[in-house]
Design a protein around this ligand. Structure first.
Ligand code: HEM
Length: 399
């Protein structure tokens, strides 16, 4: 039994594959979460075992991450996030495997498919216009609080036909849940949001509308209605998967453009490059760390993984894998193709990818069209957050 920092390493892990890395604390230490993950390519084995956070494998190579994500019969999504039994929260379809997974995923695609998302274009456009109106004349802003949080929260509330008058409460719950550093901090906000969602489910049962909750209440899986509890669980997942992620992507991209005026200019002059630029920045600034649970013994590179092992795939490290892309830390909007798995790959590929891309595209188009050349405010220090969804929690801009 090898010991690192007083934690246990299981016997099937050879000492050469042990690397002490805390994906919460070590990701955030330098203020640059992606650089911390990219550095693993030079300092750690391709796949390594860290005794931190309960002990888990960490995959950093693009090829390994693709194997993990496209082999669900070995790398399961069920029970991949260890939780105490008293707070087990189900998040269908993200924590499901085939065949159940696909049945639930298809339900979500009824309102997340491209043709449905295109209908939200006008709404997203109006939201970003209003947000820019509130900051433009100040010539500065706290970008995260004033732009990157409100856009996805309001878009989500629009998608779910929620009462926009409750926006301030909703943001408080979202920040309380997503910004919490412990379960104890998170739970009261989670309960408040759950209470609100339950009241919404009751209202839609009384009076169905043309909205996702009514659609889920009317849907059947395996010949039976979902029931209120299941509908609530799907709503919880949409909330957890669709808000923080868009906020973080907007913040990383804006931080990059604020510190690269020539690339801001490039996109101002050629806005048709924005979709390719989104992919290139998603590659360089990927931020999810995605867990899977091994359910069959398997080999990955030099490692033998046993049933019950947890593997976390660093999408940030795979996007900056030098075996996959030349000069990986450089952002180049003219790369022939930006290979990344920022939205994951395989059966669990982000179901909200079309909504995320719509929000990012309209945000960049309007921000670059209306806001003059912007920079990072003097004296700004990044507050980075590690963990399953890595983030930059503050960004002060001036123009
Ligand atoms: C830039 C923004 C986003 C990023 C980077 C992102 C990333 C991801 C990733 C990496 C996964 C895979 C998780 C896993 O395999 O366990 C995922 C799944 C998912 N995402 Fe997103 N996401 C974003 C926005 C959204 C939005 C806006 C929504 C919808 C409101 C959404 C809904 C979902 C759902 C429902 C799943 C589960 C899919 C399944 O298990 O089949 N995401 N997302």
């Amino acid at each position: 039994m090898t010991r690192v920092a007083a934690y246990r390493v299981p016997d099937h892990v050879p000492p050469a594959l042990v690397h002490d890395f805390d994906y919460f604390a070590d990701s955030a230490k330098s203020g640059d979460v992606q650089a911390a993950h990219a550095a693993l390519h030079g300092t750690a084995p391709d796949i390594f075992y860290t005794p931190r956070n309960g002990g888990h494998w960490m995959a950093t190579r693009m090829a390994d991450v693709q194997t993990i994500m496209t082999t669900p019969e070995v790398f399961s999504s069920v029970g991949a996030v260890p939780m105490p039994s008293w707070m087990k929260i189900s998040l269908p379809p993200q924590d499901m495997d085939a065949p159940e997974h696909l049945r639930y995923r298809l339900l979500l695609l009824q309102f997340l498919a491209p043709r449905e998302i295109r209908k939200l274009e006008g709404q997203v456009h109006q939201l970003i216009t209003e947000l820019i109106d509130t900051v433009l004349d100040k010539r500065q802003c706290d970008f995260v609080a004033e732009v990157a949080v409100p856009l996805p929260v309001k878009t989500f509330m629009g998608l779910m036909h929620m009462d926009l008058a409750r926006y301030a409460e909703f943001v408080r719950w979202a920040n309380g849940i997503l910004g919490a550093t412990s379960t104890w901090q998170r739970m009261p906000h989670f309960f408040r949001m759950t209470r609100y969602l339950k009241s919404l489910i009751r209202a839609r049962k009384r009076e169905p509308k043309d909205d996702p909750i009514s659609m889920l209440l009317a849907a059947e899986v395996n010949g039976a209605r979902l029931g209120d509890k299941r509908v609530l669980e799907v709503c919880n997942l949409l909330f957890l998967a669709g808000l923080d992620t868009v906020t973080n992507a907007m913040t990383f991209m804006t931080m990059h453009l604020a510190s690269h005026p020539e690339q801001q200019q490039q996109l101002r002059e050629a806005p048709e490059k924005i979709p390719a630029a989104i992919d290139e920045m998603m590659r360089r600034y990927s931020f999810p760390n995605v867990p899977r649970r091994v359910i069959r013994e398997t080999k990955l590179g030099d490692a033998t993984l046993l049933p019950g092992d947890i593997v976390i795939s660093s999408l940030a490290a795979s996007g900056t894998d030098p075996r996959n892309v030349p000069n990986p830390m450089e952002v180049d909007f003219d790369r022939p193709k930006s290979p990344h798995v920022g939205f994951n790959t395989g059966p669990h590929t982000c179901a909200g990818v079309h909504l995320a891309r719509l929000e990012l595209r309209i945000f960049l188009e309007e921000w670059l069209r209306r806001v003059p050349p912007f920079q990072i405010a003097p004296g700004w220090h990044p507050h980075a957050r590690g963990g399953p969804v890595m983030a930059l929690e503050n960004l002060h801009l001036v123009w």
